[in-house]
Design a protein. Structure first.
Length: 263
């Protein structure tokens, strides 16, 4: 059976890390009903939501702070089909601009080359966003996830002031010995969240993750259809919620349409 990684549990299904008695564990499944209701109202599935340090992890790799849960939705959600490209209400503004990205030396040294590959994928598209790796003071910092974290990687969405989300956390122990192209795909996926992309199959993670279908139902914010993207399944998208072990997902034509439309 094909091993599946969840980019948000990332690219996971059964790559969840056992809690047991590890010191420093920050992920918990005990989310209050009030928080579950707020997560759902914002347009995210609350199935599998976890409490993490500073907020909640939803859809496997998306971080929502307490402040996010208490925001008043300001834009309607458009629903066209199940597997298309979607973006969040907030996007990166002030383009053209350069987004700097740093990576912690606590992560495997091989991740530097994987990050360079991920950034090169974006820069090859001639967008109004240019990505540049720096050693410090970055707009987006890639750091090692806390010990005992029950996800592979996580990120959030752009701020209301038009800046990219500033943090990507990576659980290198859970990712294991995946090839560079797979790690590059994971990092490119999380960078996609940072600039405003939702999961291509956010309405039903069953498409790429298997298991039971999950549909958020009616909502008020968070997933706006990008014109020109397909109304049917898109098996190669870099923003699908889950990916097979060892798989590489460079941007396909639909991804490029979505990137060009937004940036």
């Amino acid at each position: 059976m094909k091993k599946v990684l969840s980019v948000a549990v990332l690219f996971g299904v059964a790559v969840m890390i056992s809690c047991q008695s590890d010191e420093g564990i920050v992920s918990k499944s005990d989310v209050s009903q009030e928080a579950m209701d707020k997560i759902y109202a914002l347009g995210f599935t609350n199935t599998g939501a976890m409490r993490v340090d500073g907020g909640y992890l939803v859809e496997g790799d998306i971080f929502l702070s307490e402040a996010d849960l208490n925001k008043t939705p300001s834009r309607s959600l458009l629903r066209i089909a199940e597997e298309e490209q979607y973006h969040t209400t907030n996007l990166v503004t002030g383009t053209p601009r350069t987004i700097t990205v740093s990576i912690s030396n606590k992560l495997p040294s091989s991740y530097v080359a994987a990050l360079d590959e991920a950034l090169a994928r974006y820069n090859a598209e001639g967008l109004n966003l240019t990505f540049q790796r720096v050693s410090s003071g970055a707009n987006i910092s890639i750091t090692k996830a806390s010990k005992g974290a029950q996800y592979l990687a996580s990120a959030g969405f752009p701020t209301s002031t038009g800046n990219p989300y500033s943090s990507i956390k990576v659980n290198s122990a859970a990712i294991g010995s995946q090839p560079q192209s797979t790690v590059a795909t994971i990092l490119a996926h999380e960078l996609g969240h940072c600039i405003g992309f939702r999961h291509t199959d956010y309405m039903s993670r069953q498409y790429s993750c298997g298991g039971s279908p999950v549909n958020e139902g009616a909502s008020t914010v968070g997933a706006i259809h990008i014109p020109g993207t397909p109304t049917g399944p898109d098996s190669g998208s870099w923003m699908l919620a889950c990916i097979g072990s060892g798989q590489d997902r460079p941007f396909n034509n639909n991804d490029k349409t979505a990137l060009d439309y937004l940036y």
